[in-house]
Design a protein around this ligand. Structure first.
Ligand code: BGC
Length: 443
């Protein structure tokens, strides 16, 4: 593969909150997820991210695994409350030191770092001041991006501003199922507009501080299909597509918000200040596409505003993962092909794709996760099919290096290429899928 596409970036992705643990160590401030996990019935298995996989202490072990597997690119995120405990103001030298050590260790092992600035762990102190509702977040975020890029920009060249703005504003500010647990259209549109502005502002700060920066931001994408050919289902699918797939990627690439079929989001206009339109284009070098499944949508008058609901994979008798998500390899092909309709879209990197399955260790200590191997293999093939048809894809990162804290689901879903034994001192075991992936990506 690499010889067919020289320069293609193969890697694995992770995120701070899901792996680091050490939630209050060395001066770290709390994040909204540390607080959210304390609330009743918010995390499926009643767990919390306090320890996670202890990446904060065990990163050398994980990097040794990357080295052993010869995985050339590693995506991680920086925890904002670890480096600025109150979210704004005083920085935390020990927190910054951690990212220095991590970066240096990656580079010493010839692994290229790819760094996300915001993967959902907002400082709790900022949430107390309104978080993403408060337009001041643009100043707070700017201060944070300056700090991190000035510190690491001499060694890290590949940056992503936000991780999946639709996921954190949709789940965290519209549905209330992710931190900080807010609900409603009003809270969603204000958080969304500030996140869209932060994407562009963050990208421009990275460029001003980092010589030869390669700047992107990541967007969740699903293949959305109507449940039937009836007009109501088709229109419902159109609304869901515009919201899930286009709402953030369009403004980031120089287009207006897609409000034509989403009249209920018109309220966003209340938050758009004069001149904002010209501040939304992030001029990205790449878009990070994160895709897992397809969504089949039917019209549903009982669902407020969007009037649409998902028909589950189980109902449709399709194979599904531990998340209940359909295993549908063609979805990545259609996601990529659909993006061709966005004028001026920069090259794409698949910054996340992967699957959670209930892995078992056999008597020989081997985890033969054949379903995950098939998932990755088929998705990579479908990505290559889109590339052959002209979609400009420059890289593929599997989610995730290790099993980890899967947000509101806790530790139950296992997305890792490497198994974590939560009962036994967080022991790492390389799954067969990791060996398969290593073989697949080698020159
Ligand atoms: C997120 C990851 C998450 C994965 C699987 C993506 O939306 O960026 O943090 O673990 O999906 O749910």
């Amino acid at each position: 593969m690499s010889t067919e596409n020289p320069g293609f970036k193969w890697g694995v992705s992770t995120a701070a909150l899901q792996t680091e643990g050490a939630f209050d160590k060395d001066g770290k401030g709390l994040s909204v997820w540390d607080e959210f996990a304390k609330r009743k019935r918010k995390i499926g298995d009643k767990s919390n991210p306090s320890v996670a996989t202890d990446f904060y202490n065990r990163y050398p072990e994980d990097i040794a695994i990357l080295n052993q597997l010869k995985i050339p690119n590693f995506r991680f995120s920086v925890s904002w409350p670890r480096v600025i405990p109150m979210g704004t103001g005083q920085s935390n030298e020990k927190g910054l030191d951690f990212y220095d050590r991590l970066t240096d260790h990656l580079l010493e092992n010839n692994i290229v770092p790819w760094t996300t600035l915001y993967h959902w762990d907002l400082p709790h102190e900022l949430q107390k001041r309104g978080g993403w509702f408060n337009r001041d977040i643009l100043n707070w975020f700017g201060e944070y991006v300056h700090l991190v890029t000035n510190r690491l920009g001499d060694r890290i060249k590949n940056w992503m501003v936000l991780n999946e703005p639709m996921a954190f504003t949709g789940a965290g500010y519209l549905l209330g199922v992710h931190a900080p647990g807010e609900r409603g259209i009003g809270s969603f549109v204000s958080a969304a507009h500030h996140a869209a502005l932060a994407t562009a502002a963050g990208a421009s700060i990275i460029r001003s501080n980092v010589a030869n920066a390669y700047v992107g931001s990541t967007f969740s994408q699903s293949w959305v299909e109507p449940h039937s050919s009836g007009i109501k289902d088709q229109q419902a699918a159109q609304r869901v597509h515009d919201m899930l797939n286009l709402f953030f990627i369009l403004p980031a690439t120089g287009h207006p918000y897609p409000l034509k079929h989403l009249k209920f989001l018109n309220k966003i206009e209340k938050f758009i200040k004069p001149g904002d339109e010209s501040k939304l284009n992030a001029n990205l070098d790449f878009v990070g596409v994160q895709t897992y499944t397809r969504e089949v949508i039917k019209y549903s008058w009982t669902v407020p505003f969007i009037k649409a609901s998902m028909v589950s994979a189980i109902k449709r008798k399709q194979p599904y993962t531990q998340m209940g998500w359909e295993v549908c390899p063609e979805s990545i092909y259609h996601v990529l092909k659909n993006l061709q309709s966005v004028p001026g879209l920069p090259p794409i990197i698949i910054t996340e794709n992967g699957a959670a399955f209930a892995d078992e260790i056999n008597n020989d200590g081997i985890i033969n996760d054949t379903e995950r191997i098939a998932y990755l293999d088929n998705h990579i093939q479908q990505m290559q099919r889109a590339m052959k048809e002209g979609v400009d894809v420059r890289g593929y990162f599997a989610w995730s290096l290790t099993d980890n804290f899967e947000w509101a689901e806790g530790y139950r879903p296992r997305f890792g290429l490497v198994h974590i034994d939560y009962e036994n001192n967080l022991k790492r075991t390389i799954k067969e899928s990791a060996k398969w992936y290593a073989g697949r990506i080698k020159d």
